[in-house]
Design a protein around this ligand. Structure first.
Ligand SMILES: CC(C)(COP(=O)(O)OP(=O)(O)OC[C@H]1O[C@@H](n2cnc3c(N)ncnc32)[C@H](O)[C@@H]1OP(=O)(O)O)[C@@H](O)C(=O)NCCC(=O)NCCS
Length: 226
């Protein structure tokens, strides 16, 4: 099963990364290095091979997609590469599970692009690909990313201690999950649009004790973990 695909909604396109993206991708990564560093996966052991070139990375992504193991989407906003969304860690058989990871350039942040992009990948994974479960794992300090999971209505499942190696150390993560039977009909993307880009605010405005539509108060934060 080759997982490579192109998904389009409004100004957002998710597509395979190409060799000719090299200059733009390297530019975005360079100017956003400080923005991304606290949330980027790192390797605890230096002996694991990572592609040394952009071309090598594209080849690795193609191989992973062709093998059904993961699919890395370049995220274009109005035709300009601004980030990436990965549906990874795919397991089939009796599990049919994967995770979604993502980043977007600072200049494109705050416009609700990533919730829509993750909704598109969730619909693709739980719908077209027939996965049963998708996870998003987020550091508890990452309030912007926690809002993405909240806006999408992913269900908070638990707390994972020192779960992933991020920014040079093992970091705790909060796990959010959506199961195929939890995905709204006809699609998560359509439901997100219907709710004005925030399913959490639309369905439970009082969940965190904050009324979102009066007074310009701060966005709700996740409750403290147990
Ligand atoms: C997390 C991230 C993908 C969110 O994408 P996005 O397209 O900006 O998502 P949204 O527009 O829905 O904004 C989500 C929250 O980010 C925060 N935010 C918005 N603009 C911001 C900005 N310019 N700078 C910092 N945070 C901002 C707000 O809290 C917002 O929530 P709100 O809409 O309730 O105010 C993006 O901030 C990012 O790429 N961060 C760095 C990498 C990262 O954290 N990846 C995820 C690892 S789990």
């Amino acid at each position: 099963m080759n997982l490579a695909a192109t998904l389009r909604r409004d100004e957002v396109t998710l597509r395979p990364l190409r060799r000719r993206d090299a200059a733009r991708w390297q530019h975005v990564r360079r100017v956003n290095a400080d923005w991304l560093r606290p949330w980027e996966a790192t390797l605890p052991q230096a002996d694991e091979a990572v592609p040394a070139t952009f071309g090598g990375m594209v080849r690795t992504f193609r191989r992973e997609a062709a093998a059904g193991r993961s699919v890395a989407f370049a995220l274009d906003v109005d035709g300009v590469l601004m980030g990436q969304v990965t549906l990874g860690g795919l397991a089939w058989g009796s599990l049919r599970s994967g995770y979604i990871g993502y980043w977007i350039a600072r200049e494109a942040a705050g416009r609700g692009v990533m919730p829509r992009a993750v909704a598109m990948v969730t619909d693709h994974g739980l719908g077209t690909l027939g996965l049963h479960r998708i996870e998003i794992n987020i550091r508890p300090e990452n309030s912007a990313s926690l809002r993405v999971a909240q806006k999408l209505g992913y269900r908070r499942e638990g707390y994972r201690t020192r779960y992933l190696h991020i920014d040079g150390d093992w970091r705790d993560h909060v796990s959010f999950v959506m199961l195929a039977e939890e995905r709204p009909s006809p699609s998560l993307f359509a439901e997100l649009q219907r709710c004005g880009g925030d399913r959490d605010a639309a369905t439970s405005p009082h969940r965190y004790g904050i009324v979102r539509d009066t007074g310009g108060q701060v966005p709700p934060q996740m409750p403290p973990h147990p």
